[in-house]
Design a protein around this ligand. Structure first.
Ligand code: ARG
Ligand code: ZN
Length: 865
């Protein structure tokens, strides 16, 4: 029969013929249940007819069975789709006889034996898609977001990353409204059609999973540049935005070219097409997406000018442009077998972007920033009800697993391979990984095997890092034997229970160690005794840092030929994502702070002293004792502040106290009010006693000349801004005048915003005036207005929840735009005092917002970026 199968909208209850109608709640999926697909896709030809009220998607898939003789049903995912027609080898299929349609699946009941052509036509409604997943419209521009499981909102497909196919994509749309039509790969044809329409045809020569598919159509203009790869391929680079924003894409282009060069130099990885496109859209759930040759970005991670973006924004753009570009090899050429393996690409790619930013800027400062982020956000996650392994064992909605654990802890896991195998060994492992798996969808074990095999290494129980949640706690006790001239470090470890994992095995923890002599110099390390084996560390060239392989519950390491009692520098460079509890005295810590050759550990020694101080003041506060600041603490900060040999950004980080999240995370029962009160008290006290030094830091570090994005200038601005924020805590007229004049004379956003933030610490008339002035100045720029929302949302003024509620009704606020939600709601929830208010007003507020948001866009969640 020639009748077309047209059936009901798939969001309605399943048709009566369906044997087991699907219930509304999605099922939990388990890693252990993974099965290879029965059918694979060779090629996919897509056609999009983009329209104002509906879009028609036609797909033509070359299907073949993975194993000959397969006759099992072919199950396709689909969600919010209207099925218009379905054909196999040119013949229309009959509903219930040939296929079954359920709420989220379309099943071909008895596909032909062998290869066949599957043609499906669906209708979708991008205009009313507020989930920002699948095909949707952002400010008049059609765009897509398919990771993790968004492709099923475009057409029926095996929406899983282990199905990789070659794609073509034809886009048809009104030429005037949508002059630019983009998809993955190369543009092979374009032309005009009837009724004011035009089309373009794209072909991507690389096999890819559907989550890397992308389409963009709209009124966009581009900044064009090019890059010549190491083998001489000339790549056209284009960054697309609305016309008025093109001037703000210079830094993004600089970042892209730097990333392309860096990946060639550091990993020998070259770009593999003649065209690379980036599109910036204002409505985007996450930071950005690595679609093959068509990266789509949240515009806050592309657009920057010195007047509107801060140093932090410039640094984020560099890092994220790098991140998405690096995915071309770690994620796209080699992808994930299933979503449980997400950290295979994300942990690795975060590690790569961290290294890129380090090489482009200042390594120790970048390391400090990354470790702070881990401690302030990932540690609490790993210690709470959301704790999950780097590779989760199950999920209900995959979107919930784009977490700081998968990303940042995952990056630490990759960093540990490098620590254990050395830079050369790590590179060998990467090379073997690409050699073995290019074009494949693989697992974390495959990465582990490549690292081990390339180095002939035995990394014992290292894989536990992927499956055990919780931050390991490591205790170390040291002792020196003057007679034997040996120095011993006794380690023990404990991995805390987490939901679903009450009992833990020991982990493989690389501990980088150096020993300082009494003058503060590194001692040469010659040999090490552990586990009944004497190991030579060095027989020729002196070695000053060695990596201990601590992988048992308890283990002792004994250094020999140690002529005097050393001060140990433990966990150099933060060589493992653990909590370290050592027996170092305050005197040892002061000594390390002054002398350690490992800059991370110099900073760390200061932080350890600050943490101890803060925790003891918190307990004083809780017992209603008067707070008093230890004079040696003030002296320590003074000496850092006036040390002209130190890097200025290092100083800025070293005089900054540990975050409130980090301190609360260390307490058996978090007390946000006490932690906040103590942090405020110390900051004011330091400002009072170090006023002269802080004033000098402001005057000596003013800008001269135009804004430059480089480490030296950013470091100078960071120090000046940190000093201003300290000074403003005094709330004294002379200081307020100073900060106000810094605000008025600032010629870049970094300094203008920091001055405003400094003033905003003291609610009152000046604060209100500056906030109003800032809004007037920047109301035309939504990215700057978001900073203004965030600053007010984060205020610790009592009862600030009321102000935030008022701002929800501000004309510039819009619940449908994720960036605005992250600024206002995220800003509020990220600042502990008001969010955790004892009267419950903060939680109540968030609860109300979540109910509202869930209907608009359930993926919007607070990202700690
Ligand atoms: N792969 C992207 C990145 O790390 C993140 C996209 C996640 N999208 C999502 N809807 N959860 O750069
Ligand atoms: Zn990523």
């Amino acid at each position: 029969g020639g009748r077309k199968s047209i059936c009901s909208v798939a969001t309605e209850p399943a048709p009566a013929q369906a044997e087991e109608p699907e219930m509304d709640a999605p099922k939990e999926v388990f890693l252990k249940d993974y099965k290879k697909p029965d059918y694979l896709f060779e090629s996919v030809d897509l056609k999009f007819q983009l329209g104002e009220d509906k879009t028609i998607v036609s797909s033509n898939i070359a299907v073949y069975p993975r194993e000959e003789g397969t006759s099992s049903p072919l199950v396709l995912n689909g969600s919010d789709l209207k099925l218009l027609s379905i054909k196999v080898d040119g013949k229309d299929l009959k509903m219930s006889e040939d296929y079954k349609l359920e709420l989220r699946h379309l099943t071909l009941l008895s596909p032909p034996n062998g290869a066949f052509k599957l043609e499906i036509v669906t209708e979708i409604d991008p205009i009313r898609n507020t989930s920002l997943e699948g095909l949707y419209k952002s400010s008049g521009v059609f765009c897509t977001q398919c990771e993790a499981e968004g492709f099923r909102k475009i057409t029926f497909y095996q929406d899983r990353p282990d199905v990789m196919a070659k794609y073509t994509c034809r886009i048809e749309a009104n030429k005037e409204k949508y002059p630019v039509l983009l998809s993955n790969g190369n543009l092979i044809e374009q032309g005009d059609l009837e009724d004011g329409k035009h089309y373009s045809l794209w072909e991507d020569p690389h096999k890819k999973p559907c989550y890397l598919f992308a389409l963009v159509a709209g009124q966009l203009e581009s900044r064009d540049d090019s890059f010549v790869t190491c083998s001489g391929r000339k790549v056209a680079l284009r960054i697309w935005t609305p016309a008025q924003d093109v001037p703000k894409t210079g830094h993004a282009m600089y970042s892209l070219k730097a990333a392309m060069k860096w990946d060639e130099e550091v990993f020998g990885l070259e770009y593999d097409l003649d065209l690379f496109n980036i599109v910036a859209v204002p409505d985007f759930n996450m930071g950005a997406m690595e679609n093959k040759s068509l990266n789509i970005f949240n515009s806050k991670l592309v657009l920057a000018s010195p007047e509107t973006a801060s140093d932090g924004d410039y640094a984020s753009i560099l890092g994220v442009i790098g991140h998405e570009y690096f995915h071309n090899w770690t994620g796209n050429r080699v992808t994930c077998r299933d979503w449980f393996q997400l950290s295979l690409k994300e942990g690795l790619t975060v590690f790569r972007d961290q290294e890129f930013s380090s090489d482009m800027g200042c390594r120790p400062v970048k390391r400090i920033a990354d470790v702070s982020k881990l401690r302030n956000y990932q540690f609490p996650q790993d210690a709470g009800p959301m704790a999950h392994p780097v590779r989760p064992h199950s999920y209900i909605k995959m979107d919930n697993f784009y977490t700081v654990t998968v990303y940042e802890k995952g990056a630490e896991v990759v960093r540990m391979y490098k620590t254990l195998l050395g830079a050369t060994g790590f590179r060998k492992g990467m090379d073997l990984y690409f050699q073995r798996h290019d074009g494949q969808a693989v697992t974390c074990e495959d990465f582990y095997a490549a690292m081990c095999d390339a180095n002939g290494a035995d990394l014992a129980n290292f894989l536990q890092w992927y499956s055990q949640a919780g931050t390991p706690c490591v205790k170390v006790v040291s002792s020196y034997n003057a007679e034997a001239k040996t120095f011993s470090l006794k380690f023990s470890q404990e991995v805390p229970p987490t939901p679903g994992q009450p009992v833990k095995e020991p982990m493989f923890i690389p501990v980088a160690v150096g020993l300082l002599d009494s003058t503060g110099k590194d001692m040469p390390l010659s040999s090490l005794y552990s586990n009944g084996v004497l190991k030579t560390i060095s027989s020729g060239e002196p070695v000053y840092t060695t990596v201990l392989h601590f992988n048992k519950k308890e283990e002792e390491f004994v250094f020999s030929n140690i002529p005097e009692k050393p001060v140990p520098s433990l966990l150099r460079g933060y060589s493992a994502p653990i909590r370290l509890d050592s027996d170092l005295t305050d005197a040892d810590l002061f000594f390390l702070l002054a002398h350690d050759s490992d800059e991370f550990n110099r900073w760390e020694a200061g932080q350890l002293l600050s943490r101890k101080l803060m925790l003891s003041l918190v307990s004083d506060f809780q017992q209603q004792k008067p707070l008093a600041l230890n004079p040696s603490f003030v002296d320590r900060i003074r000496s850092i502040l006036s040390n002209t040999t130190l890097d200025k950004e290092f100083i800025s980080k070293a005089i900054t106290l540990p975050g409130e999240g980090e301190i609360m995370d260390m307490m058996p029962v978090a007390d946000p009010d006490a932690v906040h009160a103590v942090r405020i008290f110390i900051r004011k006290e330091l400002a009072l006693q170090l006023k002269q030094e802080l004033l000098a830091a402001v005057t000596n570090n003013r800008s001269s000349g135009p804004y430059v994005f480089d480490h030296e200038n950013m470091a100078r601005r960071a120090l000046k801004n940190t000093a201003l924020v300290y000074l403003a805590t005094l709330n004294e007229p002379d200081v307020t005048q100073l900060v106000l004049s810094e605000y008025k004379s600032a010629s870049n956003m970094t300094e203008q915003f920091a001055a405003m933030a400094a003033l905003a610490q003291n609610p009152g008339q000046v604060c209100d005036e500056v906030l109003a002035d800032f809004y007037n100045k920047w109301q035309h720029d939504y990215l700057v207005v978001n900073k203004w929302f965030a600053l007010q949302a984060m205020s610790d003024a009592p009862g600030n929840v009321e102000n935030v509620k008022k701002l929800l009704n501000h004309p510039a606020f819009d619940m449908r735009n994720p960036n605005k939600v992250y600024s206002l709601i995220g800003g509020f929830c990220g600042s502990p005092v008001n969010f955790h208010a004892k009267d419950g007003s903060g939680y109540k507020f968030l609860g109300e917002v979540v109910v509202q948001l869930d209907k608009i866009n359930p993926q919007v969640f607070y990202l700690h970026l």
